[in-house]
Design a protein around this ligand. Structure first.
Ligand SMILES: [Fe+2]
Ligand SMILES: [Fe+2]
Length: 274
């Protein structure tokens, strides 16, 4: 399989790694790494509920030689960002940590699951992350976005009932866009007024937060995209959601980034924005 092909990674294909010492008990799954040929690295991190995550044998304040964008899938925690303070993060909070800014998750009030995207991609060392002075020029500032800061927009026409919340867009000046896509259970997502086979000029990386859909993609045929799976969908690959089996939520990253303007599909079968 080449780096330009559609690729799904199932949860069972990746192991949870202990990365920060026994005391912190934090585990990480490296969903996409540099070897996958993507412009970003994608990592899932799980923090058990604990008062003090930063400890002698645990985690420490650190920085990365990459922009780090984190999206909280579940749980309530507190993250310290140097120069900003201790910030509470909750489900559907997104935080953008510029390269070089020191930070640490200091307390997990509840078990917390976060998906993290690093730009440019890099291979994180196992064990405590080292400080870096070699910073990429990503020209981004610290940013935190709460779920109420963004509205749900109908993205694919009224019949499909698919809605998107666009957290990070081209206008925000980041190298990628981040959106949530909500697809309620429905038999025929592709319908005369709905979604159709299409491709994007942008790379798409989708992580299935919950639920599942049936998808058709050129070269792969029909398949299921289920909870915990991540997909690398290269630019130009034709695809379509066919059926949503249950209430579905997908975290979608596009590179280059999508714009803020919703892709309202008002013509029968019109493709979504590229
Ligand atoms: Fe970090
Ligand atoms: Fe698409």
């Amino acid at each position: 399989m080449t780096k330009d092909q559609l690729k799904y990674v199932k949860p069972s294909e990746k192991e949870w790694l202990h990365i920060w010492g026994e005391k912190s008990n934090v585990v990480e799954k490296r969903l996409f790494t540099e070897e996958d040929g993507l412009p970003i690295t994608v990592v899932l991190q799980n923090f058990p509920s604990q008062k003090k995550v930063v400890s002698d044998e645990g985690y420490k304040l650190h920085s990365h030689g990459a922009l780090e964008i984190g999206y909280v899938i579940k749980g309530h925690s507190k993250i310290q960002f140097e120069g900003i303070g201790d910030i509470a993060v909750n489900p559907e909070t997104i935080f953008c940590t510029p390269a070089g800014m020191r930070h640490a998750l200091i307390e997990a009030m509840e078990e917390t699951l976060i998906i993290l995207y690093y730009y440019p991609p890099y291979t994180k060392p196992e064990g405590l992350v080292e400080e870096t002075t070699n910073l990429p020029d990503t020209k981004t500032e610290f940013l935190i976005i709460r779920p109420d800061d963004r509205e749900w927009i109908h993205a694919w026409g009224t019949k499909t009932n698919v809605a998107e919340k666009r957290y990070l867009t081209k206008e925000d000046g980041f190298p990628l866009s981040f959106l949530l896509r909500h697809i309620p259970a429905q038999k025929a997502v592709v319908s005369t007024e709905g979604y159709k086979l299409h491709s994007h000029p942008a790379l798409e990386i989708g992580f299935m937060i919950r639920g599942g859909i049936r998808v058709y993609a050129e070269g792969l045929g029909e398949h299921e995209f289920l909870e915990g799976m991540i997909v690398r969908n290269p630019a130009g690959t034709k695809h379509a959601a066919i059926e949503s089996m249950s209430d579905t939520m997908i975290a979608v990253v596009n590179i280059p980034p999508f714009g803020r303007t919703p892709a309202i599909v008002d013509k029968p079968g019109a493709p979504e924005e590229g």
